[in-house]
Design a protein around this ligand. Structure first.
Ligand SMILES: Cc1ncc(COP(=O)(O)O)c(C=O)c1O
Length: 446
């Protein structure tokens, strides 16, 4: 197990899950990590295990942070949605303003994507019924990859079945036990899982702390093969990776850089290409992302030089041993790329709403952490207040996500808001009105 010299945290992924909603990942304080470790169970519980795998899982569940949450609050974490439109959902017979979706550009319910999908399903049927290397490649996959590589301005892009699979696929193929992945402490769980699958050495640096990154680079030394891995936009904090500085350090220390641009692709930069576009710099050595957020469908991608991608294609188990993206989804994605390129107005509106809400929350006195993007957390001091605020927003027909440890540090539970291009400034005013009333009542703001 690798240890981080800066924070002495253990970098592993056993507490990792999706980074959305209350379950998630963070490797913050050694104390927190220990609390979830099976080795630290009370002896009496240890005795109860009796070598039974299920008993072990139940005891672990008992110790998890979620177990402390009152059932009425827990119900806010898995609300069963009855219908969706671009900016609203129907839940329990109520039409609610959706502030919890990754549908950044509103494409998830765009009829043009649906139409493209329907046409493809009529021609190709429901599934490719095979992996890309065998019978699972058709014209649609190749067209999607060409379009994505043009859009992302990288030589070659290969599509995967999800963003999670893309990270797993590229890291497990490229890294091996002698290589070192140097990761920001808040990278997505799929990155840690990919490194674990590769049996790579993992070192972490403090979130966005360039001095910490440099210390790790120094410590690892020149001989080891090094890959710095960061998220483009961090999913729970909404801040951009400091990519220009990271690239400069990488050049100085002979490391490669990979950016998971899941939340930035389609969203950030004058062309919507993502984090590098936002900073006006070239793409890093490897770029990965999801097709389930701004692209409104499902899938993932990895982009790099043709040479690197040829290697990935023939060495990535996630690519080789899994059925390719279905024809209907691939056709919808091709349409999505065109819309993202042709309709910059969507992004303009998304960012107008972002700036309006962020500045409104700040001027009311809310703590929005380091957010600078359409992911906006309202950071609170304790879980009860956080859940109470989500419950009150829910009563106002506003759907936002409660986030607790391990998706964020234990002392920083948050209401996570994510915006969509279809939101309006008056939607943002409605949110500000709701949270200002409840925030005062709960003593969060004055
Ligand atoms: C930063 C980041 N990377 C990767 C993923 C995984 O993407 P997907 O949902 O397509 O598997 C997510 C989504 O949760 C994410 O937030």
């Amino acid at each position: 197990m690798a240890t981080c010299p800066d924070c002495f945290c253990r970098v592993d992924s056993y507490i990792s899950a999706s980074s959305h909603g209350p379950m998630g990942h963070v490797h913050e304080h050694p104390k927190d990590v220990q609390e979830t470790t099976m080795n630290d169970l009370a002896p009496v519980e240890d005795a109860m295990l009796n070598g039974d795998l299920f008993a072990k899982a139940f005891v672990a569940r008992k110790h998890s942070a979620l177990n402390r949450v009152k059932p009425e609050y827990l119900a806010l974490a898995m609300r069963k949605i009855d219908a969706v439109s671009e900016r609203e959902v129907v839940f329990a017979g109520r039409r609610m303003l959706m502030l919890s979706s990754n549908n950044y550009l509103g494409l998830a319910s765009d009829p043009r994507l649906s139409q493209a999908g329907v046409e493809a399903i009529r021609y190709w049927g429901n599934s490719t019924s095979g992996s890309r290397l065998l019978n699972g490649t058709n014209d649609l996959h190749e067209e999607l990859e060409r379009k994505l590589s043009w859009f992302k301005q990288v030589e070659t892009v290969v599509a995967f079945q999800s963003g999670y699979m893309a990270n797993l696929g590229v890291l497990s193929a490229l890294l091996s036990k002698d290589d070192v992945a140097i990761v920001d402490k808040l990278v997505h769980a799929s990155i840690l899982d990919g490194c674990a699958l590769a049996h790579a050495q993992v070192r972490s640096f403090r979130h966005q702390d360039m001095a910490s990154l440099e210390r790790v680079l120094n410590d690892v030394g020149h001989k080891a093969n090094k890959l710095i891995v960061v998220d483009g936009i961090y999913s729970m904090d909404g801040d951009f990776a400091r990519l220009p500085e990271i690239m400069a350090l990488a050049r100085r220390y002979g490391a490669r850089v990979m950016v998971d641009d899941a939340h930035a692709t389609g969203v950030a930069g004058p062309h919507g290409r993502g984090t590098a576009d936002h900073f006006g710099i070239d793409e890093p050595d490897i770029i990965t992302g999801t097709l389930s957020k701004a692209f409104g469908c499902i899938g993932g991608f990895v982009g790099a030089t043709k040479e690197v991608m040829d290697f990935i294609k023939y060495n990535s188990h996630a690519f080789i041993y899994s059925t390719s993206i279905s024809p209907s989804v691939t056709a919808s994605l091709i349409r999505a790329v065109r819309i993202i390129e042709d309709e910059p107005q969507k992004r303009v509106n998304l960012w107008a709403c972002t700036h309006h809400l962020l500045s409104g929350l700040k001027s009311l006195g809310f703590d929005t952490g380091v957010s600078e993007t359409p992911i906006i957390p309202i950071v609170l001091g304790d879980e009860i207040t956080m859940f109470e605020l989500v419950a009150r927003m829910d009563a106002d027909d506003i759907f936002a996500s409660p986030v607790i440890y391990p998706a964020c540090p234990r002392n920083k539970p948050r209401v996570r808001i994510s915006l969509c291009a279809e939101h309006t400034l008056s939607d943002m005013d409605r949110v500000l009105d709701s949270v200002s009333r409840h925030g005062r009542d709960l003593g969060i703001i004055q």
